[in-house]
Design a protein around this ligand. Sequence first.
Ligand code: NAD
Length: 517
Amino acid sequence: MSEIAENFGISEALKELGLQETNNGTSTGKDFFSNGDVIESYSPVDGSLIGKVKTTTKEDYEKVISTASKGFKEWRTWPAPARGEVVRQFNEELRRLKEPLGKLVSFEMGKSYQEGLGEVQEMIDICDFAVGLSRQLHGLTMHSERPGHRMYEQYHPLGVVGIISAFNFPVAVWSWNTALAWVCGDACIWKGSEKTPLTSVACQNIAANVFAKNDVPAGISSLITGDYKVGELMTNDKRVPLISATGSIRMGKIVAQAVAARLGKSLLELGGNNAIIVTPDADIKNTVIGAVFGAVGTCGQRCTSTRRLIIHESIYDKVKDALVRAYKQLRIGNPLDENNHVGPLIDKDAVKNYQKALDQVVEEGGNILVEGGVLEGEAYESGCYVKPAIAEAENDFKIVQHETFAPVLYLLKYSGDVSNALELQNGVVQGLSSAIMTNNLREAERFLSVEGSDCGIANVNIGTSGAEIGGAFGGEKETGGGRESGSDAWKIYMRRQTNTINYTTELPLAQGIKFDL
Ligand code: NAD
């Protein structure tokens, strides 16, 4: 174990989470096995090896899918509140293990310890939500046009749900899907990111213990591990009626086509290119806090990270100067040390993409306001620490149109009315999160109106990142259109059935059609 790992209690955390030096990354519950290559998981915090995970082969996958399909047939017959009780117990374990799991998230992914804890808190929150939901999986009843008939609709479990998740939320996204899918009566097979395999095994350990205690059939919580090839085993598999995929737009386009080719359902949560509009009536202090947290939090690696600030010309210089001052105060370093604001990027490829973006914005005519750069020295020996940068740019620059998953913030200027700002904000292919900073009611309402933001999330006087689980989460356009988490997002994990019951001695036909024999 490295010095940082020792000082911040990583060994204890790994032990509490049941992780070993080498772990099997395939599981159908208590049963862990794996016959594929080994992934070594290195921490972006200090470059040290945290542990190893064996990947899933095609044969391993066959065992998983057949166990999950069989398990589903029993699980779907459990009353939904009984399934909710299992999720409640799973939640108790998450509460007990919040600190070690949050620490592992921080050390394996590189986000701050506070954000690691926040991610586990999101798991806890969605489980609370799901337990209540287990008593409310409601359908509607409607009046029939035929006398003596009753009509209603009900929701049944869908089957095996395949979950593919990204590195930046290595645990929360899994739980957003599983907590709901489990109470809905589905079996879940999860392929986490190959960049954060240990957190996946840790989560599966927690679920497996609780499920075994409750005699939940094998396969209801299943794990597979590996890169896109392992993901493709599920996306091409007719036995998996729903694929919930979180990641880049590039990945989403491939997955969507594979799933559509077999007429399966997909729930896509893809990249964003999120903007905050800052109007002349904005509270500048809150704008700066919201924008800086949005741009540099998780080192700019949130799908909801703030990438563009669209500032009215009348306050442009004021906001710009305040931002530059705020960036000077940022402390970059070990994310487990709570004195630091910004941790590392996930790996050296991400560092290269960050550098490319900074070069490109200059090539396209942008002006660097806050210099970027890769940090060197003992404290940064993983090679993944970079300086958050700010550039003045134009919305139609190719690099501004593209989501660079790093702390690069583009400042754009608008003049005139808020509709000009909205045109810029909506003038990208992505449609995840958006915000307006204004104390002007008319501007706020126009931003929220049908002619306003075209994103799945539209906030007033808060930044673009940091959603609560109670609302449906997701975005439009190339962000994929999926919705997860709160509100009625549960419906995608179930199949809807309309039932009509005739309690008369006659057989009247709909639309008054006559058919007498
Ligand atoms: P990525 O697309 O590289 O990988 C995501 C997951 O998809 C991984 O598990 C990967 O193995 C798998 N995958 C890749 N190609 C696949 C294929 N052809 N078939 C099946 N599986 C495949 O993304 P990443 O770098 O891990 O994450 C960053 C991206 O995720 C960003 O674009 C970010 O905006 C996005 N993201 C979106 C949301 C959201 O809710 N909208 C949330 C988190 C992350």
